[in-house]
Design a protein around this ligand. Structure first.
Ligand SMILES: [Zn+2]
Length: 155
């Protein structure tokens, strides 16, 4: 029997609209990812309690790079021979930057600082127990642009 499950438990939800799961301090509302526990990392806050919170599914590319060389273990190669993949650091509206691989089929040529990306969940690797999934950043093909109201000016 095989199944599909997250490679890391509790860091993201799955389904049609997956989301990262962060920790929000119940005292100062600062949000952290990966999920945290213990003392709040906000130096001005002495909170110690956190609530799991789903983070925004879209953010903007803050920085990105190309992994031209196979990372050392515990990285698990997706293919043999190794195929380079892209990594993006994405700034979310919550004000935090989350690193992740770029979705299958996309590379650095599809990225630019400020480009909108969306969280997707894809297969990281498969073993005898089934597929293990991880979040990735997928460039948004048609970024939603705020409509500009021009009708009144034309009349
Ligand atoms: Zn806090």
């Amino acid at each position: 029997m095989t199944d599909t499950s997250p490679a890391i438990d509790g860091w993201f939800t799955t389904g049609p609209e997956p989301a990262l799961v962060g920790s929000r301090c119940t005292t100062c509302a600062s949000t952290f990812f990966p999920p945290t526990a213990g003392f709040c990392r906000n130096p001005a806050c002495d909170g110690q309690e956190f609530a799991a919170t789903e983070l925004s599914r879209r953010g903007r590319v803050w920085s990105y790079t190309d992994a031209q060389y196979q990372p050392p273990p515990p990285y698990i190669p997706r293919s043999d021979p190794y195929e380079p993949f892209a990594l993006a650091a994405v700034e979310l509206p919550e004000g935090i930057v989350v690193l992740g691989q770029v979705a299958d089929g996309y590379g650095v040529a599809d990225l630019a600082v400020g480009r909108e990306v969306e969280l997707v969940v894809e297969t990281l690797y498969a073993d005898e127990a089934g597929e293990r999934t991880i979040w990735r950043w997928k460039p948004v093909e048609n970024p939603v642009v705020e409509p500009v109201e021009t009708e009144e000016a034309d009349q």
